[in-house]
Design a protein. Structure first.
Length: 273
């Protein structure tokens, strides 16, 4: 039987069994021919495909902390020049509050050519370079000079392309990257999605190569860990501000704060596992 007819027959059989949902059936068909049950895209993304519209301007027009939390569970989409789309669920963010924030590039309200995107309308990308090599991507919010850093994604679609892009930026022979290693950090995220300085000042509500789509199932307050930001230890009291947010229990998060998670469990935010 030709492969296409065989797959259709399998899908019909699986869907006729009440113990399978249509998405479960699709996941089974995504298994590789050699028996590997690992789908080419995650189970979460199979159900996500039905909700791929673009988030609009009203969504981004929020105070910085609110936007950083609202990003969790949303989908970042990157369309490559060859037409392939890379999808990742946002699982970790950091808020940078603008002029008052000593860890922000816009501290003191200073606007430069480098950080101009932070002062643009909500939903504008701010891409900057660190160590002269790596890039990080932020999204402007309400508030003068305020923006949200995207720290980590859960890869959903286009994992092979992400792996190619990450490998191209690594020197020398390396072991193949595991799925959880593709986007678990702000620079890794940019490498995996091919985001560089050319994306600075782009509008997520209008751009044809990068946008955000709404997540199908968004986390509740009990699913979100609120803790300190990473790599700003010399910023005094601002180094201790609880301005990093991530999805508890998600293995694609870059840095887990077990102490904060235990404290949150102690006051009933969520049950301790």
């Amino acid at each position: 039987m030709p492969r296409k007819r065989k797959l259709l027959a399998q899908l019909s059989a699986l869907q006729s069994n009440s113990s399978f949902s249509p998405f479960d059936a699709l996941e089974n068909l995504n298994a590789t021919p050699d028996g590997d049950s690992s789908p080419k895209s995650s189970k979460y993304f199979v159900s996500e495909k039905i909700n791929s519209s673009r988030l609009e301007a009203d969504f981004f027009n929020q105070p910085c902390v609110s936007l950083a939390k609202s990003f969790l569970g949303q989908i970042l989409v990157r369309k490559l020049p060859d037409g392939r789309e890379l999808w990742g669920r946002i699982v970790e963010t950091e808020a940078y509050l603008g002029g008052e924030d000593e860890a922000s590039h816009s501290k003191g309200g200073k606007q430069t050519q480098r950080n101009a995107a932070m002062f643009m309308k909500p939903g504008t990308l701010y891409v900057y370079q660190i160590y002269g090599i790596y890039f990080c991507v932020n999204v402007s919010s309400q508030g003068e000079g305020a923006a949200v850093l995207l720290r980590s994604l859960e890869p959903l679609q286009g994992l092979d392309a992400m792996r190619e892009l990450r490998s191209a930026s690594r020197k020398g022979p390396r072991k193949p990257l595991k799925d959880w290693q593709l986007c678990n950090g702000p620079s890794k995220l940019c490498q995996a999605l091919g985001i560089d300085k050319a994306f600075d000042q782009r509008d997520l509500t209008q751009d044809a190569a990068i946008w955000m789509a709404p997540g199908r199932e968004l986390p509740g307050e009990q699913d979100v860990v609120t803790t300190t930001r990473i790599g700003i230890g010399s910023r005094g009291e601002w180094a201790q501000k609880p301005l990093r947010f991530y999805l508890r229990g998600n293995k694609f998060v870059s840095v887990v704060d077990k102490k904060t998670e235990r404290e949150m469990a102690a006051v009933g935010h969520f049950s301790c596992s």
